[in-house]
Design a protein around this ligand. Sequence first.
Ligand code: EPZ
Length: 427
Amino acid sequence: MDKIIVEGGKRLSGTIPISGAKNAALTLIPCALLTEEPLTLRNLPRLADIDGFQHLMNQFGVTTAIQGNRPEDFGRVMTLETPRVTNTVAPYELVRKMRASILVLGPMLARMGEATVSLPGGCAIGNRPIDLHLKVLEALGADIELAQGYVKAVAPDGGLPGGDYDFPVVSVGATENALMAAVLCTGTSRLGNAAREPEIVDLCNLLVAMGAEIEGIGTSDLTIHGVRRLHGATYRVMADRIEAGSYACAAAITGGEVLLEGAKAEEMAATLHALRNIGVSCEAEKGGVRVAADGKLKAVNLSTAPYPALATDMQAQLMALLTVAEGTSVLTETIFENRYMHVPELARMGAHIETSGRTAIVHGVSGLTGAEVMATDLRASMSLVIAGLRAEGRTEVRRLYHLDRGYERLEEKLALVGAAVERVGDE
Ligand code: EPZ
């Protein structure tokens, strides 16, 4: 297992190219199941989760070809073709490694009239049930059964009729599964309290490019008029707003100035609002978002919530920044029940944080010291890198496979803006 070594204290300055969004790519790729024609996705990030999803799609008989883009470029182009689906089962050994695999349930059901997917199980940040995925597919007319750790969804003869469903809780994944099933229903479907994240908009834009009819894109009320078939498309994945927010925190904690190339301010408004309140200047400009800090950071209170509120995926990174702000910050994590595993690791670097349930109280300290720390989940591992960029001395972040799930060539991007960061094989 690799580890990253960070020598803290370097002020970041320059331009960081932002990659395609992992959480958009993971719902755009399964759309290849919805048509026999080629689907070409551009700006796909080079990430372990994308490779994993490509492998899963191959199990169903989907051919995938990577083309274009020199190795030194960020991102790549993938063309997926599904003239015939040869298998409708997503097996445990693949799903357990990547819970986003559950996103094949809706499109496979829509294309084949049936789908069998291993239950994903929990993960480090929470038990992450999929009850809403199943309830909304039932509302669209599917028959759902659970047996031996698998969920099996079957459409009535003649295909899914469609239907209405009001989500009791906003769920990104369940909204995505519902959209990918509803587009091929024989009737019209309406989704209430649907997720509105930019990644959902990206999915709707791709589905429309493939011939789907969707109203209310970008709102929490979606109406989908089913169509008989969808055609292929070529589509560019949106920029990763969480990656951009993560590098904004990295620049800010070093008192640096960085242009987040390709980032869209309007997609990360809540993060930029939080950063401005902390004392970081954030300006949209042609080609990206410019972030600059002068080293003085102020404590703020933050609460995560569904879009357009502050993304839960930004909580750990902002907490790292707040460990060295002046004053005491109160963070509330309203989405996942166990998303503070970065706290004990940050404490080993000298941070002063108390947690109780979903609340974390961050008492700003004057500085951090480097330490050997352990990544526990994707965003927690990024928060440790961010702290390491500020800490005095050397920080070693282990179990990098967490980081590689969501950050394309992180050490190269940080080195572009002057960080002293190195990736080494672990003993
Ligand atoms: C997506 O996960 C993202 N993953 C997560 O990003 C992100 O944190 C999350 O949305 C919230 O924004 C991908 O897009 C691949 P949810 P998802 O369904 O869809 C509960 C990262 O770091 N819930 O919106 O699984 C659930 O337990 C990852 O990139 C149910 O109760 O999130 C949670 O408390 C981490 N029943 C809340 O809803 C369900 O059926 C939101 O979950 C589904 C969800």
